[in-house]
Design a protein around this ligand. Structure first.
Ligand code: ADP
Ligand code: MG
Length: 694
């Protein structure tokens, strides 16, 4: 159904033309309807203005007045300072602009024409008596009803586009949307959750009459975005659980736990038992399991995986365990061999860099069913490895894999059970959106006796003191990790930086200790032997890139130094830090960083204050936004315009319930009121593989 006016390319919209259409396209605005989703950066209440004389604090204020004197000075070199006096009814304030010589002309013209201007900014703290504002935003007031005497939207701009242009465009789009706008949220859901009609919601978002209208409009539009995602997730999960029956695997939980206790030297935590119980319930139901187990680093997910593997094997099936890195795959293979081979369960390791011959052998063992468990990296799915009877697929550290790979693995074999494990605590909002198709278990308990890792943040100048602290621990027989600063350009550069750090550590800082080196460009055999040496305490210090980020387990290593820690994401720092604090020794993580930004310092502070991965994940999401948080690989799935993963937990939960209600009532989405929703699901960029729903 064409939307008429809203589909009109901006170039042809009255008053735009190709000249303006170009910069608008830079903002992602191509059709008139696009501007509706161009969300204001903030809003200004221009119904009343603060008078300069009444400014009492450094809170941002909106002023209205006339520009008087304008002058620019160039104290030295290329620095320029433009000052202008803003006057309103007898009081004045100095506006200061740094290195924006072009504003001078605009200010002078405003002064000459005696135009009223609107200014938004904060008064500098140090002098409320001769007030100054640094780099305020400003525009010429006009009797234009969209820019005055109301709550006015302030949009993200780009060069060549003015606020007024966008306001006018948005108003045009709003008028066009009044007739015949697709109502994505069905009306009964609107009523139930107290939402606005779509066209009203846009109006309230852009040009609210009161602040509460804006909030209500925002909530409605966020609801719409999350409803699309949740409905998709619902269908995906449903297709997985009821679409294909799973292999029924009866489990005697009591017996299984007793068996586990025979092979591991510790008591399971109650959270581990609960996770194992959830898995047993899933796979004995006759439906295919699709479960996410989240547990902070060190919470003991491996043993949960072992339990799942045992369940599958005892039911005559094979199991596959996928890890995101070679190092971790090898470590898992080693651990599983220790635990399971005594029970007569053979393991095959298949990684991308094994020799062809070895890989071929592993493949044959899996194909014939001689190996009951396959452990590997992507190679496990990239190859055309066949399993004799694959019944259980476990994906460790899911955040490192893309969604599609998870699916690809699921397709081998006859609808195997899928267990996804992740240590990156995922904010609950994200679990509900990106992983909305999975059931979830949280391991919210660490094994007993763990002491939290004490984290210190030190600047580069304090390095020597840090080294002597590390030396003390090495003297006591502990081991240390040194994580090199993050070089994102390439693995080769990353390796180079690791080699430099290694040489420096071995030759200059710790010549009396045995230092090892680990990075992504080492051959698999070399990696394996370095890890083994470190584990056997034949090395005291391991200099490494982030390849040790996931899974590596050496309990005697109790101190980690992270170079230029501010270059890492918080979740990644938390992962790295999880490599220490795995034994009974007091453990430390030292972050070396001299961040320049407030945000950078805030992030270091968070790391020193909490070891709660979920809190860190929430903060990380809040500070960096979803794009950064997920990295490029997964951010595409999270293109939200209005919805806010860090804040909208309630809306997301409501949407989950609403999506279930819609889908249960109308499983094929054939009712007329569900057509706009269905169209979005089918065309949405979020989840291509679900495009066939309905
Ligand atoms: P994760 O994969 O969740 O980061 P691991 O499975 O690697 O954690 O477990 C971390 C460490 O804790 C390992 O050394 C493991 O042997 C140990 N561990 C796991 N469960 C327990 C438990 N219930 N009691 C004591 N130690 C445990
Ligand atoms: Mg693990």
């Amino acid at each position: 159904m064409p939307q008429g006016q809203l589909d009109c390319p901006l170039q042809y919209v009255k008053g735009i033309g190709p000249g303006l259409a170009k910069p608008l396209a830079k903002l992602g605005l191509n059709k008139l309807g696009d501007v509706l989703w161009h969300v204001p950066r903030r809003w200004e209440d221009r119904r009343t203005f603060v008078s300069i004389r009444n400014i009492r604090s450094t809170e941002p204020v909106t002023l209205r007045g006339k520009i008087r004197a304008v002058s620019t000075t160039r104290p030295k070199g290329r620095i320029s300072i433009t000052k202008a006096i803003l006057e309103d009814g007898g009081s004045s304030i100095t506006l200061v602009f740094f290195n924006q010589p072009f504003v001078e002309k605009a200010l002078v013209s405003a002064a000459n024409l005696n135009e009223d201007v609107i200014v938004y900014g904060s008064v500098k703290a140090d002098n409320l008596f001769a007030p100054e504002m640094n780099s305020p935003e400003w525009e010429i007031a006009s009797q234009d009803s969209l820019s005055m005497n109301r709550i006015v939207p302030i949009y993200p701009l780009t060069e060549g586009v003015r606020q007024r242009t966008l306001r006018r465009l948005v108003m045009q789009a709003l008028e066009a949307s009044e007739s015949d706008f697709p109502q994505v949220i069905p009306e009964d859901i609107c009523r139930q959750y107290n939402l606005m009609k779509a066209s009203e919601a846009f109006k309230a978002l852009h040009f609210p009459e009161e602040w509460i209208h804006r909030d209500a409009g925002r909530r409605t539009l966020a609801f719409e975005e999350f409803l699309v995602i949740q409905t998709l997730a619902y269908f995906r999960r449903q297709r997985h659980t009821t679409g294909k029956p799973g292999i029924r695997m009866p489990v005697n939980l009591h017996k299984l736990i007793a068996e586990l206790h025979e092979i591991v030297p510790f008591e399971l935590t109650s959270a581990q038992r609960r996770a194992i119980g959830d898995i047993a319930a899933d796979i004995s139901s006759g439906h295919a399991m699709n479960r996410l187990v989240q547990g902070d680093v060190g919470s003991g997910k491996t043993i949960v995986a072992v339990a799942a593997i045992l369940m599958a094997v005892q039911n005559g099936c094979q199991a596959a365990l996928m890890a995101p890195t070679e190092v971790l795959a090898q470590q898992h293979a080693f651990a599983l061999q220790q635990l399971l081979e005594p029970l007569g369960i053979p393991i095959a390791l298949a990684t991308g860099s094994m020799t062809n011959k070895a890989r071929q052998a592993a493949r044959v063992h899996l194909e014939t069913g001689q190996a009951r468990v396959g452990v590997g990296t992507h190679a496990l799915i990239q190859d055309n490895t066949q399993f004799a009877k694959l019944g259980m697929v476990i994906i460790d550290e899911q955040h490192r894999f893309g969604v599609l790979q998870r699916q690809a693995l699921g397709l081998k074999g006859d609808s195997p059970h899928i267990l996804v494990m992740t240590a990156t605590p995922i904010p609950r909002t994200v679990t509900l959106t990106m992983y909305g198709d999975l059931d979830s278990t949280i391991i919210d308990e660490l094994p007993p006796g763990r002491r939290p890792v004490v984290t210190h943040w030190r600047t580069h100048e304090m390095r020597d003191r840090v080294y002597s602290g590390i030396r003390e621990m090495l003297d006591q027989g502990r081991q240390a990790y040194v994580v090199c600063s993050l070089v994102e350009e390439s693995e080769a550069l990353q390796a180079k930086s690791a080699i430099e750090t290694y040489t420096h550590m071995q030759n200059v800082v710790f010549p009396e200790y045995r230092v090892g080196l680990m990075h992504g460009q080492l051959k698999p055999d070399e990696k394996k032997s370095v890890m083994a040496q470190f584990k056997a305490h034949e090395l005291d210090i391991l200099v490494s890139t982030t390849v040790i980020e996931v899974g590596v387990d050496v309990p005697n290593a109790s101190v980690m130094l992270i170079e230029d820690a501010d270059r890492f994401g918080l979740a990644q720092l938390h992962q790295l830090r999880g490599r220490v604090g795995r034994g009974q020794h007091a453990s430390y993580c030292i972050l070396i960083a001299s961040p320049k930004s407030v945000e950078g310092r805030a992030r270091m502070e968070i790391m020193t204050h909490t070891t709660d991965g979920f809190k860190i994940a929430d903060e990380d999401l809040r500070l960096r936004g979803p794009g950064e948080f997920f990295g490029t690989r997964q951010s595409g799935a999270m293109e939200l315009k209005v919805g806010d993963l860090a804040a909208d937990i309630q809306v997301i939960e409501e949407c989950k319930a609403a999506a279930a209600a819609i889908a249960e009532h109308d499983p094929d989405l054939i009712l007329p009121q569900h057509q706009p929703l269905k169209r979005l699901i089918q065309s949405g960029p979020q989840n291509i593989e679900l495009a066939k729903v309905g």
